[in-house]
Write a protein that binds this ligand. Structure first.
Ligand code: XMP
Length: 433
């Protein structure tokens, strides 16, 4: 295993992912981690990750003194090696870091074996869950998103019927999504899933509410209430499983020192309060998103589902501008479905990071059978991004946009006009509210 010491570079996670994709487990620790932790981790190599183009974090950015007593290879990426030279600790210095270099370092210089593979990760995670849970019962909030789906598949394999999932369907999901979640988990895999059909309750609570943050709050709060209600009906549950992943866990050194230019945005609406009386089971806690996806495929989840674009917790609730009505949600679901279907057919789904339709509560004129018809406007949004902190609008081919637009206007009676959003982030955000 490899230890990556973070000196504040924004590439630290990228480097860690490179190590992992070479098949070697690694963890990120802050540059001032104490010597005892390093010894306990027992790395077979250490990578120093800094970004020489930005200001140092503090005046003293030395790696821990004990590092060089470990007798393991150290790779410096961006860290000022002259600081190490004063201690003559350099074997070789490179002025360019390539993925091949990281791979060579961990596999050859450090002699690590490439054992960090999806099959081994699954086996390891199953053993850990079994050891933690024993014969006891686990509850999981299943949303249909990638993380909770992978947790469900993994726990089902590890502990079978000791797992119960609660799936709160807020009625703001995509077309057929709720049924698909039930089909995949309950019917195909035999997972115990309780579906809470809460569409009406959400519609009632959201009636007349048009402020985006207020909508988010209501959707998030109601999710917790419904989940709690279901949990209270179940007996003998000791554990709560969560799809926490590694980027949620590691505290970035740059953030801690206030150096990060990026801000963490929305809190996941699926998040549960911390005062729940359960012990946590978090089998994805050490994994990056791409590893979670590979694990999902390894566990037999469909490729398309595992590689889906992210979908916000409040769902269509933040894609229907202003007040939410069932009529709007139904219409938006259809428009979104057509857009995604055509994107996939044209091979553009994988080339975009997120794509969706937005319902704009404005009526615009159109001519149908020589009659003027005033109907709603739908905007299409597609972006390319690496980290969702900045994003570029996707330059979709005109032919594709044309096809989507004419299908939406033809197939959905309530829509008279389709527009394409050409705003990048910043200053625009990815979602419209
Ligand atoms: P923005 O709109 O802030 O979106 O550029 C960045 C990413 O966050 C997602 N997003 C949310 N996710 N709850 C979520 O779970 C939310 O309230 C929320 N708002 C935005 C958005 O879809 C994009 O991937």
């Amino acid at each position: 295993r490899i230890m990556v010491l973070d000196f504040g570079s924004e590439y630290t996670q990228l480097i860690a992912r490179k190590v992992r994709s070479a098949g070697v487990y690694c963890e990120i620790h802050p540059f001032d981690v104490d010597g005892a932790s390093i010894k306990a981790f027992n790395p077979c190599g250490v990578i120093l990750s800094d970004d020489p183009t930005t200001e140092p974090l503090t005046t003293n950015v030395q790696p821990p003194a004990c590092l060089f007593d470990l007798q393991v290879p150290v790779l410096s990426i961006g860290y000022d090696v002259s600081q190490l030279a004063q201690k003559i600790k350099i074997q070789a210095a490179y002025d360019k870091t390539t993925p091949a270099l990281v791979e060579q370092f961990v596999l050859q210089d450090c002699g690590c074996e490439a054992l960090w593979t999806p099959a081994n990760i699954v086996a390891d995670a199953i053993a850990k869950v079994r050891a933690q849970v024993g014969e006891r019962k686990v509850l999981l909030g299943l949303s249909g998103g990638v993380d909770s789906s992978v947790v469900a598949a993994l726990l089902h394999r590890a502990i079978g019927d000791q797992l119960t999932c609660v799936f709160v369907d807020h009625g703001l999901l995509r077309l057929h999504e709720g049924d698909q979640v039930m089909q995949m988990f309950a019917e195909n895999m035999g997972v115990k899933v309780i579906r809470v059909d809460a569409e009406q309750r959400y519609l009632d609570l959201l009636k007349g509410v048009s402020d985006p943050e207020e909508k988010r709050k209501i959707i998030g709060r109601t999710f917790i209430e419904l989940f709690d209600e279901e949990a209270a009906k179940l007996e003998g549950i000791d554990f709560l499983a969560q799809g926490t992943i590694y980027p949620d866990v590691i505290e970035s050194v740059a953030m801690k020192h206030g150096k990060a230019h990026t801000i963490k945005s929305h809190h996941n609406v699926g998040g549960l309060p911390e005062d729940m009386k359960f012990e946590l089971v978090e089998p994805l806690r050490e994994l990056f998103k791409d590893e979670v996806r590979r694990l999902g495929v390894e566990l037999g989840l469909p490729h398309d589902m595992v590689y889906r674009h992210p979908f916000p917790g409040p769902g269509l609730g933040v894609r229907i501008l202003g007040e939410i009505k069932k009529e709007y949600a139904d219409l938006l679901r259809q428009a979104d479905h057509i857009f995604i279907e055509e994107l996939r057919a044209a091979g553009w789904y994988e080339k975009t990071s997120q794509a969706f339709a937005v319902f704009i509560p404005v009526k615009s004129v159109g001519m149908v059978n020589d009659q003027r018809r005033y109907a709603w406007v739908v905007s299409l949004r597609a972006v390319e991004t690496i980290d969702f902190m900045t994003a570029r609008w996707a330059h979709l081919p005109y032919e594709l946009l044309e096809k989507v637009s004419s299908r939406i206007i033809k197939e959905i009676e309530g829509v008279s006009r389709v527009v394409y959003d050409v705003s990048s982030k910043p200053p625009a955000t990815i979602e419209w509210e």
